[in-house]
Design a protein around this ligand. Sequence first.
Ligand SMILES: CC(C)(COP(=O)(O)OP(=O)(O)OC[C@H]1O[C@@H](n2cnc3c(N)ncnc32)[C@H](O)[C@@H]1OP(=O)(O)O)[C@@H](O)C(=O)NCCC(=O)NCCS
Length: 169
Amino acid sequence: MEFRHPSESRTILTDLVLPGETNPLNNLFGGELLARMDRAAGIAAGRHSRRIVVTASVNHVAFNRAIPLGSVVTVEAKVSRAFTTSMEVIIDVWVEDRQSGEKTKANEAIYTFVAVNESGNPVVVPSIKPETELEKKRYDAALRRKQLSLVLAGKMKPGDATELKALFI
Ligand SMILES: CC(C)(COP(=O)(O)OP(=O)(O)OC[C@H]1O[C@@H](n2cnc3c(N)ncnc32)[C@H](O)[C@@H]1OP(=O)(O)O)[C@@H](O)C(=O)NCCC(=O)NCCS
């Protein structure tokens, strides 16, 4: 069976925060960061599947730190797990100190993408083999997150979410 490693989908977008992209506090506007994360995650999902991909859901976003005007922002996206037609992509956002060059984690997010054909119908994607400890941890937890996302979207009955139930039993 065809498989890929998470590192093969690794996508890095580095860009500045410009005046048109900020809120009244002169920090990066949340919607702009969501768009950058969506773009990077979409490229990562496309690299894993080599297919057209669409965003199926945004499962988690944490805006932990404001990102000031002029900052250099790096958005790093990697597929953490591939299911049948869907892929979970984890995005880490880093802000670079202009003087020291040191990068600090500012935000993170988890998106689900689905690979589709030209008609927009879901198609099967290659499986994934995690390599590093972090990749293995993220892979293991991805099924729980998928079930939670499906339950919240009303696409799975809570009683069928076996991985979630196992957390409580
Ligand atoms: C995403 C989309 C292709 C799913 O189509 P669908 O007919 O619901 O297909 P399915 O029910 O077979 O789901 C396909 C996969 O997506 C997963 N999925 C669907 N909704 C999900 C959700 N909310 N959270 C997590 N996974 C989800 C399913 O579990 C399935 O995964 P699997 O095959 O790996 O097990 C379809 O809803 C779509 O085209 N949506 C619009 C996408 C778009 O335009 N996005 C841009 C934002 S405007």
